[in-house]
Design a protein around this ligand. Structure first.
Ligand SMILES: [Zn+2]
Ligand SMILES: [Zn+2]
Length: 346
């Protein structure tokens, strides 16, 4: 089968992945599930993996097929699999968990002590077939297209997971801010709108993204090229600040907003990454706000997100690309030229 594989870490996206012929995976273990990939979302994390940014956090062996936002049709199952059978459409949680360690028993899939992560620690879905397991697949309801929903496997649950934490702290009348209305942010904004009564302000450098934010439910928008962000937030909130910030960018500049825009006791959720947090300890003490990290999400949260999609609460803006165009997608995302989410159709 054809697969897009990373052989060497590089900053040059134009030749990042090599498309080659490799053996198709088979269901050898009793809980294995092989999925014919219908859609695999391209993610900023793929650019970060290509640059070698994950090597100090997880074990990686190259060459590796990237692609962690996968959905498709089950093509083969191991002997013990009962949840799905051949022909079923599924979305694949990117992590194959063991089910028996303590974090697994607590439902904390991301903390599993014996896990494999498609496209990060094991082969992923930029290929015709993907090997995963029964604990990772979620059957799709009728009428939900696997190609369209694929990016929810990571972009979607990551946004949903952060929003779910924020929503627990948001009361009607509170303000929330979404920074970055791109691949993740446009999903997070819709989840926030569906799950809370907070007043939502979107921040982005692109006016197109802000128009999209307004379409998707933002009450106010701020473009930092035209307006001072802390001043604008101060005006919108009677100088009290916002209770929850969802930062889908995670650059030095955006994490730096927190001391000036987060209300006392609030949270700045760091979802995007690449920058650093450099704020004085005294700012956190004085404002008693927190920075909170977000790592993907739980299997059950992906089920909840699929329910929101089925109810029409969350729409995904996607563009489809052939496997052959994968390095073009890598380059375009690197230059901020992808709107919504790019989906590879191997
Ligand atoms: Zn991703
Ligand atoms: Zn486990």
């Amino acid at each position: 089968m054809q697969a897009a594989r990373l052989h060497e870490y590089t900053d040059d996206m134009s030749s990042a992945l090599a498309i080659e012929e490799i053996d198709r995976p088979t269901a050898n273990q009793p809980d294995d599930v092989v999925v014919e990939v219908e859609g695999a979302g391209w993610c900023q994390t793929d650019n970060h993996i290509i640059e070698g940014m994950w090597t100090e956090y997880v074990p990686q062996e190259l060459p590796m097929t990237l692609g962690h936002e996968n959905a498709g049709i089950v093509s083969e199952v191991g002997n013990d699999v009962t949840l799905v059978s051949e022909g079923d459409p599924v979305i694949c949680h990117p992590v194959q968990t063991c089910g028996t360690c303590r974090p697994c028993r607590l439902g904390e899939d991301m903390y599993c002590e014996n896990s494999a992560f498609n496209g990060l620690t094991t082969d992923g879905g930029f290929a015709e077939y993907l090997l995963t397991n029964e604990r990772a697949v979620i059957p799709l309801p009728d009428g939900v297209d696997p190609t369209d929903i694929a990016p929810h496997a990571d972009a979607g649950i990551t946004a949903y997971h952060a929003v779910k934490k924020a929503v627990r702290e948001l009361n009607p009348g509170d303000h929330a801010v979404v920074i970055g209305v791109g691949g993740l942010g446009h999903i997070g904004l819709q989840c926030l709108d569906a799950m809370s009564a907070a007043t939502i302000t979107a921040i982005d450098l692109k006016d197109d993204a802000l128009d999209l934010a307004t379409d998707l439910g933002a009450h106010h928008t701020i473009n930092p090229t035209d307006e001072d962000v802390p001043d604008a937030i101060g005006n919108l909130t009677d100088e009290t600040g916002v209770a929850q910030v969802l930062d889908f960018v995670g650059a030095d500049e955006t994490t730096g907003y927190a001391p000036d825009i987060v209300a006392a006791g609030g949270d700045h959720h760091v979802v995007g990454y690449g920058g650093h947090v450099h704020e004085p300890a005294q700012a956190l003490v004085d404002g008693e706000f927190s920075y909170r990290g977000t790592l993907v999400g739980k299997y059950t949260e992906l089920q909840e997100l699929v329910a929101l999609v089925e109810q029409g609460e969350v729409e995904l803006r996607t563009t489809r690309y052939d496997l052959a165009d994968i390095n073009t997608v890598a380059e375009r995302l690197e230059h901020g030229e992808i709107e919504g989410r790019a989906v590879i159709t191997p």
